[in-house]
Design a protein around this ligand. Structure first.
Ligand code: FE2
Ligand code: FE2
Length: 260
């Protein structure tokens, strides 16, 4: 099974990039399943049913999220009604929405997608993902061997430790949140594909997708600034993972970083 994961889609340029590149990629790379992190898809902050729909229509099967989950109030209806939308699983139990699910590909194969958030340098402080993921994976493996995890976290140590703990139990762990693609793609000895961060999909002539000047001004003056989404050098970033369907182990992982 060939799975494409798309790093944080930032604002309209990010959504347009997915629309422009994904149909071609789906065909060229014979993709079976596409997952995208959509936490920045609405004006760079949060997600709405409208921006989610745009991403789904472009050919994405499941949207994951992270700490920007609550930035748009319309997210509540996605959490309530949209089964293809995931939030970090390690929120307290009464929080609406779901952190993982089992999906069916167009070839009627099953894949589980799980979304967790780290706790090092992250707000809000959530439940311990290391504990929760073990229990979740144990249950999910009764339904499918193909398990993809988006670990939305800041610290590379937390991300690597989380993925190493899951080696041999899930097909892939790909990190999101920093918006900076790392060059450490690898397959661990147990067969889990790993990349610390997928990067982001949107304007790269920027600071993590936002206009450069206001961010510099904020650092210079400590005064609040409006961070508009930037415009130029739009790229689609992520990772392509090939999984052996009978064992659930990863065969290949390749970083994707394409100028749109
Ligand atoms: Fe993000
Ligand atoms: Fe984030």
């Amino acid at each position: 099974m060939r799975i494409l994961f798309i790093g944080d889609v930032v604002g309209e340029p990010g959504r347009k990039a997915v629309k422009a590149v994904l149909p071609k990629l789906r065909e060229q790379r014979a993709l079976d399943f596409v997952i995208a992190n959509g936490e920045n898809s609405a004006g760079g902050s949060g997600i709405t049913p409208k921006t989610a729909e745009e991403i789904f229509t472009a050919g994405v099967d499941v949207i994951t999220s992270g700490d920007h989950l609550w930035d748009q109030k319309e997210v509540m209806s996605l959490l309530a009604d949209e089964k293809r939308f995931l939030r970090p699983m390690n929120y307290p139990p009464e929080v609406p929405g779901r952190g993982g699910s089992v999906f069916e590909t167009k070839k009627s194969q099953t894949i589980s997608v799980l979304n967790f958030q780290g706790r090092t340098f992250m707000q809000p402080p959530l439940e311990n993902p290391f504990l929760q993921v073990q229990e979740t994976v144990r249950k999910v493996r009764e339904q499918t061997k193909i398990i993809f995890v988006d670990f939305h976290a800041e610290a590379t140590s937390e991300k690597i430790a989380f993925a190493r703990m899951l080696d041999g139990h899930v097909s892939a762990v790909v990190g999101t949140h920093t918006h900076v693609q790392t060059a450490d793609e690898q397959i661990f000895p147990g067969g889990t594909a790993y990349l610390s961060d997928a990067g982001f999909t949107g304007p790269h002539e920027s600071v993590l997708g936002r206009e450069i000047e206001p961010v510099i001004k904020r650092f210079l003056t400590a005064m609040p600034q409006r961070f508009e989404v930037a415009k130029d050098r739009v790229m689609l970033q992520g990772a392509l993972i090939e999984v052996d369907e009978t064992t659930g182990k990863a065969l290949k992982i390749q970083r994707i970083s394409e100028v749109v």
